[in-house]
Design a protein around this ligand. Structure first.
Ligand code: SAM
Length: 299
């Protein structure tokens, strides 16, 4: 079922516990290898493309406004910037919305399977396979914006940020962003949701995901001037049919890890039954808090 038409923007308020102050070892290739394995699974890539939420336009406006503010970068005749590169782009959820602000946008991901689910009909967007720690296809000082959505916690930040500092133009911007744990509007459904996360997500959570669930408060930064933006305006809110919400849960890395040791689990089936009783065919209101860590290469 195609659910892209369900993607709409609205507000969200959520409070979450801190998960960790975990710091990864740097200088290791194991990041790229680990995440290649994690996101190369065809079923997960397909679930991702169908059920992962896209971001509200306010996220891209916030990033581009930041880029505009005090920027000395040149624009082309359409008043758009030259080049944006979206690292860890998956199937293009975070890449395609940039196309109206930039002459050329590159979506870049280590997983060929994820890229195979990205759209291939966009005039000024190209997709490319490779690790974010190696941006050698980009010249020094060539790029206006580097983004990474729901992905930088999987990368070796020492290597990635060194590349970010090299390829950005002076005054160029790096924005790494993502979303935290979702909440449901209905109180009874949210209680069940919390229990599901407690039993089947948190115990299987990869250390990298904890950085994301902590809203990048404890993650390394590419520039000293980086700031963390979090507000209602940039949060994601969706009305989803039951199947889409279950599809979203099924696409999570931690759930897929649980499945490896419990391949015939009927947990999601039973969860769907409970929600069916509560919602009686109505759509499910889901909120995700979004956070953006953004900074500028000094001029
Ligand atoms: C959670 S998905 C996010 C996809 C998309 N940006 C979004 O916002 O929905 C994380 C993506 O990061 C990619 N990834 C993980 N490690 C990477 C690396 N070292 N270099 C490039 N991409 C990587 C994965 O293949 C996966 O597609």
């Amino acid at each position: 079922m195609m659910l892209h038409h369900l993607r709409r923007n609205y507000k969200c308020i959520a409070v979450y516990p801190a998960f960790s102050t975990w710091k990864p070892e740097s200088g290791s290739d194991s990041y790229a290898i680990m995440s290649m394995g994690k996101f190369a699974d065809e079923e997960q890539a397909s679930l991702y493309a169908q059920y992962r939420p896209t971001y509200p336009e306010t996220v891209f406006k916030t990033i581009v406004e930041y880029l505009n503010r005090g920027s000395t970068l040149e624009r082309n005749s359409q008043d758009s910037f030259d080049l944006a590169v979206d690292v860890g782009c998956g199937s293009g959820q975070s890449t395609v919305p940039l196309c109206k602000y930039f002459k050329h946008v590159i979506g870049y991901d280590v997983s060929e399977t994820q890229i195979s689910h990205a759209p291939d009909n966009m005039e000024n967007v190209t997709f490319k396979v490779g690790p974010g720690e190696d941006l050698s296809f980009l010249a020094d000082g060539s790029t206006d914006l580097i983004t990474s959505a729901q992905a930088v916690h999987w990368l070796d930040r020492d290597k990635f940020y060194a590349e970010v500092r090299r390829v950005l133009k002076p005054g160029g911007v790096c924005a790494v962003y993502g979303y935290g744990i979702n909440r449901l509007d209905d109180l009874e459904a949210q209680t069940i949701n919390e229990q599901f996360y407690k039993d089947y997500v948190y115990p299987y959570l990869h250390e990298c995901s904890k950085l994301c669930y902590d809203h990048y408060k404890f993650i390394e930064r590419p520039f000293d001037n980086c700031q963390l933006i979090e507000n209602d305006e940039i949060s994601i809110r969706r009305e989803m049919p039951l199947e889409a919400y279950i599809g979203f849960l099924a696409s999570a890395s931690s759930w897929r890890k649980y499945l490896q040791s419990h391949p015939s689990s009927d947990v999601l089936h039973k969860l769907a039954e409970k929600y069916r009783t509560i919602y009686k065919g109505a759509s499910i209101s889901v909120h995700w808090p979004v956070f953006i860590l953004i900074g500028r290469k000094p001029v």
